[in-house]
Design a protein around this ligand. Sequence first.
Ligand code: FAD
Length: 337
Amino acid sequence: MDWNNMVLIIGEEEEDRLSTATRELLNLGKRIATNTGNALGLVLLGKNISPIAQQGFEYGADRIFSADSPVFNPYLADIFLDSLVPEIQTHGPALILLPHSDRGMDLAPRLAFRLETKLVTDCEDIRINKQNGSLTFIKPVFGGKTLGNFRLQDHKPQIVTMREGAVDSAPSAPGRKGEVETLNTSGQNIKARVRFIRKEVDKSLVRVNRLKTANLVIGAGRGVKSPEGVTLVEQVAELLDGAVAASRPVVDSDWLPYSLQIGLTGKKVHPRTYIAVGISGAVQHMAGCLKSGKIVAINSDESAPIFRMSHYGIVGDCRAVLNGFLDEFRKTAPAPG
Ligand code: FAD
């Protein structure tokens, strides 16, 4: 295993665990590291980060580096950069992967500038040439109309941000353990040019975050016809503890926020079940939900393409189907109290 040319993930935490995006990067990073004969490293900076860092072994990391200090929370670019750059220069990774998150988008270009290297942002996949180990980075271009292939020849390290949901999470191997190495930085003496004042949580993000965790996602399409149709979808989602998503015409009509759009230019989801309500099955939409465990389609047109991609289909007016479902559910559900 080549430690000098390792694949290094700059990870993130969420609610006392490695973030979903970080676990996805560990899966992708492992594939690249294995195919290129290199090690997979994970670095985490944060407050009380040590127990979370240990989880990286369970998800395939060969080496984990962490720095545990309150100065890393909240994230400030200067403190992260000044802490990471010397460490990266010491370890000499060949590839650095970051989530295409708010933090990743902020940090990756600054890192590339400081390390005098190049980066590709918002990738969906990385292809490996097994003969010479070169990497091709794949990302949507021209507003998602097509995919572009990018190569960063003769640059080390290569830096990439990956879109969340584009690859599966790394499988967990409980019991796989190792020693987390402490970085030579506490971040304490670094002067940040930006000061943190306060954090305000945008409540609409709660719905967006539900898309990542819900077992059931219900997508509303143009066939729901109106905001009232969307309300019906929301009622069913609430009853089934599901999350609500949308196709592009629905967000273009302002019936739901753009942040809930599923597809090529929207979010990628892979719940256990995806119910497509009044959605035709355009490739640009399906690109965001095809990895769902089971797809159920409700559509009035029996020749709609969605039926060729779904496991179960209901042909009918979606409002009648959803109302019928709500009536039945209310009849059979136990009365409150
Ligand atoms: P439609 O294609 O209009 O389908 C509506 C469906 O509802 C039809 O199948 C119809 O039979 C059915 N229907 C009508 N009435 C009823 C009823 N009463 N009951 C039940 N069913 C009914 N789209 C996305 O969603 N996400 C993206 O990220 C995305 N990115 C794009 C990127 C590019 C570059 C381009 C060019 C397009 C993109 N699109 C995207 C748009 C995409 O091509 C489709 O136009 C869009 O997905 C169609 O949405 P829809 O299925 O809701 O609407």
